[in-house]
Design a protein around this ligand. Sequence first.
Ligand SMILES: Nc1nc2c(ncn2[C@@H]2O[C@H](COP(=O)(O)OP(=O)(O)OP(=O)(O)O)[C@@H](O)[C@H]2O)c(=O)[nH]1
Ligand SMILES: [Mg+2]
Length: 196
Amino acid sequence: MLVKSASFITSAPALASCPPSEWPEIAFAGRSNVGKSSLINCLLNRKGLVRTSSTPGRTQLLNYFAINEALYFVDLPGYGFARAPRSVREKWQPMVHGYLEGRESLRAVIWLLDVRRDPSTEDLEFLDWLEENEIPTIPVVTKVDKVSKNKLGRCLTKIANSTGLEKELLTPFSVQTRQGHKEVWELISMSLDPEA
Ligand SMILES: Nc1nc2c(ncn2[C@@H]2O[C@H](COP(=O)(O)OP(=O)(O)OP(=O)(O)O)[C@@H](O)[C@H]2O)c(=O)[nH]1
Ligand SMILES: [Mg+2]
């Protein structure tokens, strides 16, 4: 997709405060620090549109970005950040599950996993929850610049085995090399227009 315009719209604390659902939307989910905000910036070719951080747990609201006045990207707060205050952790589930269950204009969730980490219990629970709720899920494996080509295959096999997802469904991605940029956009386009 040619990104002509991309801008921050709002940070919503819950489904009820999301903007009117006039456009289809794609949400980005995964553990804290996995690279959600970086992936969005890369897809939009905007370096600093979404704030990224080496401190996990920065994103704590449903952050809305409008693309080409035709599509929303929603940067979701990450899970699994053990050091986050309890108040933040307790809010995560009702906020994120409530949004994902209730947002009719949601077309797919891009679910991120770090290539160097074994999927955690929280990752697997979240995937189960997405499957139970029949939410279309696009798995993306991030930070693949951090492993050699050789090791990448083994990491993907491991992730496939522990998640039960087909290895072919895992799209390797790197902000550094832009590997996967085209593939992720293709998957987004397919979920926006399943007929095509
Ligand atoms: N080498 C490398 N680093 C990456 C990549 N993607 C993200 N990072 C780094 O990982 C860290 C976390 O990235 P973010 O995009 O802020 O992660 P996030 O998932 O939005 O994190 P939260 O908002 O805390 O949930 C930052 O230091 C990024 O620069 C990548 O593809 N390659
Ligand atoms: Mg973030």
